[in-house]
Design a protein around this ligand. Structure first.
Ligand code: ADP
Ligand code: MG
Length: 250
């Protein structure tokens, strides 16, 4: 599904190397978690995969379903099935949430040569999805994320994911700032999308989320590299002992 080889990334504006040789393969049907200290490059990895400006790839490659990702525009990557739930979702004043979702879905369908969804069909479709995330119709009418609470913004990211039905879902600290109930809703939203044809990359600081979203593989990232890969027990080890021993080992 996703294959990253020896990925080196620096900032465009400064001579600062952030990713220093990331190797990572996410298979279809699997959930991979990435944990790691602040500043280790987890968000940078997700941004570079999604196509955000401001980074130079100096070495290595990343492919989605065998196609080179890094030379595509962000919207091409999205149409190809890549989705990023952002750590800090942005507010978009003046753009209704429903319009945003329908436009995103239909432009992806168009890019893939599929039939677009009518307004009436979309309305039914999105209301159903929103209901499972306990988001009322009024949140669909408001401008994207404007005035949403932290938890509502994160749920709105999961709603986008549910609507777009991506192939590879990257969640960047979707659990941070969530109360227990919201965390459960978000986890259920993720678990509902788990499927043999879909892969997940879940970036998190906490075991808590991984109690709900059981990962197949756990990676520890530090200083721009994956320093250790293991099973779910690795997340428990971090929860109990922190990163010091793993950093020492690396
Ligand atoms: P993480 O998500 O693991 O906490 P980030 O990917 O956000 O880490 O950041 C990795 C490192 O790169 C940090 O030291 C951060 O300060 C630095 N960094 C990322 N983007 C920028 C930027 N635009 N300007 C300066 N430093 C940056
Ligand atoms: Mg981050």
């Amino acid at each position: 599904m996703l294959e990253i080889k020896n990925l080196h990334v620096k900032l465009e504006e400064e001579d600062k190397q952030i990713l220093k040789g990331v190797d990572l393969t996410v298979e279809a049907g699997k959930v991979h978690a990435i944990m790691g200290p602040n500043g280790s490059g987890k968000s940078t990895l997700s941004y570079v995969l999604a196509g955000r400006d401001g980074y130079d790839v100096t070495d290595g490659s990343a492919t989605l379903l065998g196609e080179d990702l890094l030379d595509q525009d962000p919207e091409e990557r999205a149409a190809a099935g890549l989705f990023l739930a952002m750590q800090y979702p942005v507010e978009i004043p003046g753009v209704g949430n429903m319009t945003f979702l329908r436009t995103a879905l239909n432009s992806q369908k168009k890019a893939r040569g599929e039939a677009e969804m009518s307004s009436a069909d979309f309305l039914k479709f999105v209301r159903e999805k929103a209901k499972t995330l306990k988001m009322g119709p009024e949140m669909l009418k408001r401008a994207v994320n404007v005035g949403f609470s932290g938890g509502e913004k994160k749920r709105n990211e999961i709603l986008q994911m549910a609507v777009l039905e991506p192939k590879l879902c990257i969640l960047d600290e979707t659990d941070s700032g969530l109360d227990v109930d919201a965390m459960k809703l978000v986890s259920e939203g993720v678990n509902a999308l788990r499927d043999e044809g879909r892969g997940f990359l879940v970036i998190t600081h906490y075991q808590r989320l991984l109690d709900h979203i059981k990962p197949d593989v756990v990676h520890i990232m530090a200083n721009g590299r994956i320093i250790k890969t293991g099973g779910p027990e690795l997340a428990l080890e971090v929860e109990n002992n922190g990163y010091a021993d793993l950093l020492e080992e690396a």
